[in-house]
Design a protein around this ligand. Sequence first.
Ligand SMILES: [Zn+2]
Length: 99
Amino acid sequence: MTSRSPAAQEYHKLYRTAIWKQLRKAQLAREPLCHLCSEVGSVTAADTVDHVKPHRGDQALFFDPANLASLCASCHSRHKQREENGRKIVRYGADGYPI
Ligand SMILES: [Zn+2]
């Protein structure tokens, strides 16, 4: 926590808003299984809601229901690590195009 930048601390507050808590609950109800696990054919209950496009404090992205994906804890930490390592994450949609 102490290593977070002031900007990160600022957007971390977004996770404590009532709107986020509701969005998160709605997302998990809509998509109860981990989105990354299901791409590789395994079924894992999701317990984390992730932003597909990193919001970096942008409230429009943060609160956009279309920008959310349900993840299990292990996919979530893997995903975050990759992001922090600065590698670009390319995902493909059902139509085969990167999203
Ligand atoms: Zn998963």
